[in-house]
Design a protein around this ligand. Sequence first.
Ligand code: NI
Length: 152
Amino acid sequence: MQNVIDNLTYWIMKVPEEFTLMSELEVSQKPLPEKWSKKEILGHLCDSAINNLERFIKVQYEKQPFVLTPYNQVQWVEIQGYQDISIQEIVNLWCHLNKKMIAVIARIPDEKLQYLCDIGDNQYKTVEWLVQDYLEHMEHHLRKQIFTEKNK
Ligand code: NI
């Protein structure tokens, strides 16, 4: 899990730094009316942290295999109105949530990393896999949609 913690630590330093280089206009622009702006993508990453924090906590005490309940990502972004919140506020929220995420991940005992979760469609994954997947999902959005070549 140390690699996940190291990478999250890196991004907690990097994300605020990169966003200070972008204008409010740039972070609010939607490529298409139905596509997320950079603000909304970072908001989506806050939602991912909120939902995964709950999972990484519950999986440690609930009956196995823990069943993951999906959440409607589009509705979460829309209902919370990330587009109308300042980028500074979203960056702060994202940083705090990921610091909390590091604290939770760091405390998962080794044996619990092997607990199984039901991710639907008769597929079962370990907690370790889910934690890794949390980071990969985050990095995918950051690299492909937020910090494209220009900002890298
Ligand atoms: Ni996503």
